[in-house]
Design a binder for this molecule. Structure first.
Ligand code: ADP
Length: 518
């Protein structure tokens, strides 16, 4: 490893490896297939760039980030590292010349897009080269369980096996649930001991969920309070991006926008305005971000709920790549879930796919409703245990935890009385004493729990049920119309063995006891 350390110092100017990098480099140097899971900004690139410098053969780097390739290669060339790229921006002759350079051993790293690698002609050309390492960036794209599955990635499985040089595979990602990680390893022949996981935690990010507020007002206030800071505001639709852009521009805030409906020219102009901080705030759909390497993004605000927690973490993770404290804020309203459901309904996926998407959305809903540490919630989703971060809006929530056991018992017993056969909407209606037709048809008005929460607005009852699901007293099973079930801890609450506490707005009360004041 002395040689690797020397390259780290001489070529990259760093004194020591970050956690996981040394193991990854050493495995790749020994020809062992490896999966590297590191948070954004963790230093994944060096895990293949350093071996590339030390090995005789060629390292092919597969990356979906065509827009970034040139910059990455330029940066390497600036450090005297011979690298080049081949993608759709080059004409045939250029691409051919670059392949010849690789064949002559004049470059150590060759960056290509997965679509290119999937082409049989290109594979044949690679077969003539001594490809020693195949580095697969954004490796979660190979898994259908992931949030960003790309069919072109599936070809990599074959490429890795069929190249006559038998390259060592190093797959890298910042977002992979256990299931996705298993899938990557299976497809790319990575052994169990070949997984390097430094965890997902981003110590410099503080997560916040802002519920039920006037979002436009929040955004305007936030941008005014944080002038000159760079940030990204994500919205779910192009229309909403256009609306926010118009609104914030009218308020003289330095915003620009990005979505797939804009012309190529407009998109690259706006992107540059953002990158060079001429307009430091980008309003965008999720079409924006992949391949944007802007280190000083101080906040990422989601104006509408994203499709799943993986996408959320990846998008939010674009804040603070420079390691400085940054914020990831989700502006949540129940109504936004409808937009997402609509997207799922309209999607072309089969029924299984839709059910999976509904379930993922349900997790997102729980994230927005949990009282737990938000970071811990996300990490648990990725299969990592952690302690409360003490930075997120839940950890810093100063409100008093109120005993809501009685209300919880009302909900739980209503779910039991309804024989655990219905979803949140109907349960909330029964608790609220709604008199609609469905309730009459099913004779639910005869249940003893009918109307026992009538003093609470329907919306609050629904939110309270979401809270009970997020706190795992209830389980919501099934895709599009999840059915509520009482969990073991829910049963303990019903038996009076467990208390349910919830942070709520502190009730107004006299600062001085009335008697004393007299
Ligand atoms: P990732 O791909 O995991 O998001 P990068 O590979 O782009 O992260 O690295 C993020 C930043 O950390 C880069 O600026 C890189 O130069 C820096 N970096 C990587 N490894 C080290 C190290 N061992 N010491 C100091 N800085 C490092």
């Amino acid at each position: 490893m002395d040689a690797a350390l020397a390259v780290l110092k001489e070529k990259f100017g760093y004194d020591s490896f970050r956690p996981g990098q040394d193991t990854a480099v050493s495995r790749v140097l020994h020809g062992e297939n490896t999966l590297v899971i590191m948070p954004t900004g963790g230093g994944k690139s060096l895990c293949y760039q350093i071996p590339a410098m030390l090995l005789d053969g060629l390292t092919v780097v597969v990356s979906p980030l065509i827009a970034l390739m040139k910059d990455q290669v330029d940066a390497l060339n600036d450090n005297d590292i011979p690298a080049t790229f081949i993608n759709s921006t080059l004409d045939y002759q250029d691409a051919d010349e670059r392949l010849s350079m690789a064949a002559r051993g004049e470059v150590k790293l060759l960056y290509v897009a997965p679509e290119r690698l999937a082409m049989s002609g290109f594979q044949a050309e690679l077969a003539d080269l001594n490809v020693q390492v195949l580095a697969i960036d954004e490796a979660h794209c190979i898994s259908q369980w992931g949030h960003d599955f790309r069919p072109s990635y599936l070809a990599l499985q074959e490429v890795a096996k069929s190249l006559p040089s038998h390259p060592t595979v190093v797959a890298l990602t910042a977002t992979a649930t256990e299931r996705v990680a298993d899938d990557i390893c299976e497809r790319l022949d990575i052994p169990a001991e070949g997984r390097i996981n430094t965890g997902f935690a981003r110590e410099n990010l503080s997560f916040q969920v802002v519920r039920d507020q006037d979002k436009d007002k929040f955004l305007i206030d936030y941008l005014r309070l944080n002038p000159d800071q760079s940030g990204i505001v994500y919205a779910a639709t192009r229309k909403e991006v256009d609306r926010l852009d118009a609104l914030l521009t009218k308020k003289h805030l330095p915003v620009t926008k990005y979505h797939a409906g804009l012309s190529e020219e407009e998109r690259s102009q706006n992107q540059e305005d953002f990158l060079f901080d001429r307009k430091p705030v980008m309003i965008a759909t999720n079409a924006f971000g992949m391949g944007i390497d802007k280190s000083n993004v101080r906040f990422v605000i989601h104006d509408q709920v994203p499709a799943d927690l993986e996408s959320y973490y990846q998008e939010a993770g674009r804040a603070g790549r420079d390691g400085l404290p940054s914020e990831a804020i989700l502006l949540f309203s129940q109504g936004d879930l409808h937009i997402r459901r609509f997207f799922i309904d309209q999607s072309e996926g089969d029924e299984d796919y839709k059910q999976r998407e509904y379930q993922k959305l349900q997790v997102m809903n729980q994230y927005a409703n949990t009282g737990e540490c938000l970071q811990a919630y996300i990490l648990a989703y990725f299969g990592q245990e952690s302690v409360p971060c003490q930075r997120c809006s839940n950890c810093l929530d100063q409100r008093e935890a109120v005993d809501v056991t009685t209300d919880a018992q009302k909900v739980l017993s209503c779910v039991v009385r309804m024989r655990e056969r219905f979803g949140k909407g109907l349960v909330a209606q029964v608790l609220g004493g709604s008199a609609n037709q469905r309730i009459r048809e099913l004779h639910l008005q005869d249940l003893p729990t009918y109307g026992i929460m009538a003093s609470m607005p329907q919306k609050r009852i629904t939110e309270f049920i979401d809270f009970l699901v997020a706190s795992e007293y209830l389980e919501a099973l099934g895709g599009q119309y999840p059915i509520l079930h009482v969990t073991a801890s829910g049963a303990a609450v019903l038996r009076g063995e467990e208390k349910v506490m919830r942070k709520q707005a502190i009730q107004a009360r006299a600062a001085v006891p009335v008697d004393d004041a007299l």
